[in-house]
Design a protein around this ligand. Structure first.
Ligand code: ADP
Ligand code: TRP
Length: 327
């Protein structure tokens, strides 16, 4: 049987920065290249976003924009079964059943809930935050996913999905395939213009849709040391080089390193080069982005909704039968 991989896009923001590109978008493209024969389910975590942001319109708009940017980056959505779980009622329906066989103590140990508690506003934590891993388990188990590539932060959630599937199988009979959390290889951290991890929380990012003026402003903000033009410089100690390296061929990289080490390269020159490299990278993405319509994405999701509903409803019917909901 074709291997099934489950992955997702979380629309927490309206934009994507270079760190997200190298840390999330590029690995997604690599996933489809790495498993050409697998069926890769790619869902938009739109229902999940409501736990953190009580602005449905923003989540909706972010979702479409983020998907457009993914497509513009070259993620070929046709290679994935991309869908919106909100089009598939079985996600919420299976969550109910799984919730009924999950102990409170189990959910209390989930790091997403514990993190929310640590922020100290226990009265303001929604039930949705508490039960979030149950919805995640439904997301996974409905499709008999073989593999769920996750970062370390989501490992516990996938393990819960596996445990709850096992529990259901033990109590009601063999029904669910046990999913494997697959820990994605670490992608290096992409640095922002201040030398820290590029992140929206640090205001040190370059968005993929930034125009020339914005990129130039960011590049100018990169801190450098006080070495004179003539002095030889260590590229590995320079933030301009560290960001630039992302966009260079091995030959270009070797040439730039040599220039640093020989002396005679000014930081202004290095920044101009970086600016050009970033714009050359962003321009085709931005041109493609301008060509993509929201409707194109909506149509693709609606089309796939028929297929995923078929699969999910089949699994749900099996569950309902096992728990004797069907009269
Ligand atoms: P942010 O830190 O800007 O809030 P998110 O936490 O929303 O970014 O990250 C979304 C995805 O992008 C995650 O898969 C994360 O691993 C990846 N990512 C974010 N920032 C970086 C970075 N600076 N370097 C590498 N990957 C990153
Ligand atoms: N919790 C994941 C995140 O925060 C998103 C997610 C929702 C997910 N459902 C899932 C991940 C099912 C893996 C499997 O990014």
């Amino acid at each position: 049987m074709t291997k099934r991989i489950l992955t997702w896009i979380k629309p927490t923001d309206n934009q994507i920065h270079l760190g997200n590109y190298f840390g999330a978008v590029k690995p997604m493209m690599e996933l489809s290249a790495q498993y050409p024969d697998a069926e890769i389910f790619l869902f938009l975590a739109i229902m999940h976003g409501l736990t953190g942001l009580h602005d449905g319109k923003a989540i909706h708009d972010n979702s479409l924009n983020v998907l457009k940017i993914y497509m513009a980056c070259g993620v070929d959505l046709k290679k994935f079964v991309i869908y919106n779980p909100a089009d598939v009622p079985a996600h919420a329906q299976l969550s109910w059943v799984l919730g009924c066989i999950t102990h409170m103590g189990f959910m209390e140990r989930m790091h997403s809930y514990k993190e929310a508690l640590d922020k100290g506003k226990s009265k303001e934590i929604s039930v949705g935050v508490f039960t979030y891993p149950i919805l995640m388990a439904a997301d996974i188990l409905l499709y008999d996913a073989d593999m769920v590539p996750v970062g370390q932060d989501q490992k516990q959630h996938v393990e819960y999905a596996r445990d709850i599937a096992q529990r259901f199988n033990n109590v009601f009979g063999e029904t669910f395939k046990l999913p494997e959390p697959y820990i994605k290889p670490e992608v290096g951290t992409i640095l922002g213009v201040d030398g820290r991890k590029m992140s929206k929380s640090y205001n040190n990012y370059i968005w993929l849709l930034d125009d020339e003026k914005q990129v130039l402003k960011r590049v100018k903000q990169i801190a450098t040391d006080a070495k004179t033009v003539e002095e030889p410089k260590d590229p590995d100690q320079c933030n301009v080089y560290k960001i630039c390296k992302l966009f260079l061929t091995p030959e270009e990289d070797a040439a730039l390193r040599a220039k640093y080490q020989a002396g005679g390269l000014s930081y202004k020159e290095a920044k101009d080069y970086l600016y050009e490299k970033i714009m050359a990278f962003l321009k085709p993405i931005q041109d493609r982005y301008a060509q993509i319509s929201d409707q194109e994405i909506i149509d693709l999701m609606k089309k796939n909704a028929v297929y995923v509903n078929e699969l999910a409803n089949k699994k749900l019917a099996e569950v309902y039968k096992k728990v004797w909901f069907t009269l």
